[in-house]
Design a protein around this ligand. Structure first.
Ligand code: PEP
Length: 251
């Protein structure tokens, strides 16, 4: 049984002061709730204070990105050991905003996956197609290519440690979610690729999230689908009450 995972990606939002109030409220709203694994990914500047505030709670810490080198002259970058030291359990890698605005290649994303795993941090690997790719019928090819770059480096003994997030780019921040059937269809396809590469047992253990305009109004329907194991949430993770309603989608 795969435990549902709801992860909040705050992106470039929330000062330290704002983070403190959001985290305090969230800790309260989800107190004692164990049916969902809860992860929040604040900006780097808020990681430490967030870590302090969630210490005795059921919320885990994630980062939004990291670099694949160990250390050194990489101005502005953050390493896996820094994230490990601060207490991050997860790190988002290959978000479409990073691929698009910062020109991250699938090869770089794969290197980040390896680096995160070697420091015991679980990568949440984002994949997904653009609108024109969906419309031209190449969505699966695009996703397959992104996944195959990961397969080149991901060994079977590590595969169960990763989480995938299928995020169609046209659904991110647009208010226009994929239908639950379309999301499930792609996620099943990804699971099938995992099964071919590794084996059925491994594929059945790996969590695959959906991301793209997830909100309290559509989470229930998405979560009734066979293969959707949770959500990577942007906008709706910035309000504690809204995010807690996503966490408690079963209620
Ligand atoms: C995201 O950034 O990963 C995301 C899914 O954003 P939103 O929920 O705002 O569409």
């Amino acid at each position: 049984m795969r435990k549902p995972l709801i992860a909040g990606n705050w992106k470039m939002n929330k000062t330290v002061t704002e983070s403190i109030s959001l985290v305090k409220e969230l800790v309260d709203f989800v107190k004692g709730y164990q049916e969902t694994e809860i992860v929040i990914c604040p900006p780097y500047t808020s990681l430490w204070v967030t870590k302090e505030l969630i210490q005795d709670s059921n919320i885990l810490l994630g980062a939004q990105n990291m670099y694949f080198q160990d250390e050194g002259a990489y101005t502005g970058e953050i390493s896996a050991s820094m994230l490990q030291n601060i207490g991050c359990h997860y790190v988002i890698v290959g978000h479409s905003e990073r691929r698009e605005y910062f020109h991250e290649s699938s090869r770089e994303v794969a290197r980040k996956v390896c680096q995160a795993l070697s420091f015991g941090i679980k990568p949440i690997i984002c994949v997904g197609e653009k609108l024109e790719e969906r419309e031209s019928g190449t969505a699966k090819e695009v996703v397959k290519e992104e996944i195959e770059a990961i397969f080149e480096v991901l060994k079977s003994q590590d595969a169960v440690e990763v989480v995938f997030a299928y995020e169609p780019i046209w659904a991110i921040g647009t208010g226009k979610s994929a239908t639950s059937q379309d999301a499930n269809d792609m996620i099943k396809y990804i699971r099938n690729l995992l099964q071919q590469k590794y084996n059925e047992k491994i594929a059945e253990q790996i969590r695959i999230l959906y991301g793209g305009s997830v909100k309290p109004e559509n989470i229930k329907e998405l979560m009734t689908e066979s293969d959707i194991d949770g959500a990577l949430v942007g906008g709706a993770s910035l309000k504690a009450l809204t995010f807690s309603r996503l966490v408690k989608f079963r209620e």
